[in-house]
Design a protein around this ligand. Structure first.
Ligand code: HEC
Length: 145
């Protein structure tokens, strides 16, 4: 846990300055988001029991990450090239991408403000969050295959 806290605060610091490697950084943040959402998926799929404290912890960690997304720092000009699956559409439609990031921030903040109290509610909450992930990926992320 302490390690995670340190890692997250290191990300917070990195977010304030130009990133040494914006591609690796944004991919690492996204991977972490995937992990936090994975905790919720396990509960919804019945692989783990519903646990309100774990839900809040995962939503909080996700939201903390998402609030730190700084499009200018993480998606600077030129970072469409390299070891990345970011779509060129990001740079063609920066305003649209920024709007999607802003929406993501609203969705995760709302989730933390009203964490699902039971499994039924969690299904809905995960649906809303997952829809936001998918919406952005469909437009702004290249397929890995
Ligand atoms: C505002 C747009 C946007 C939203 C919203 C978004 N993503 Fe992403 N995601 C991206 C982009 C762009 C990439 C590709 C980054 C790259 O390769 O440089 C990505 C990559 C990823 C990856 C692959 C990371 C890697 O390189 O191994 C995962 C996992 C991921 N996202 C999970 C999520 C999850 C889970 C959510 C929702 C909770 C989410 N994303 C929401 C834009 C978004």
């Amino acid at each position: 846990m302490r390690k995670l806290v340190l890692a997250i605060s290191a990300l917070a610091l990195a977010g304030t300055a130009a990133l040494a490697d914006p591609i690796a950084d944004r991919r690492a943040v996204m991977k972490e988001n995937g992990k936090h959402v994975g905790v919720l998926v396990k509960m919804v799929e019945g692989e783990a029991p519903f646990d309100a404290a774990a839900v809040l912890a995962a939503l909080t960690a996700l939201n903390d990450n998402v609030q730190k997304i700084d499009v200018a720092a993480s998606f600077p000009a030129g970072s469409d090239k390299g070891d990345t699956f970011a779509s060129p559409k990001i740079w063609e439609d920066m305003a649209g991408f920024q709007a999607m990031v802003d929406k993501f921030k609203v969705v995760t903040a709302a989730a933390v403000a009203a964490p699902a109290p039971d499994l039924e509610a969690l299904k809905q909450q995960l649906g809303t969050i997952g829809h936001t992930c998918a919406e952005c990926h469909e437009t702004f992320r290249l397929k890995k295959e």
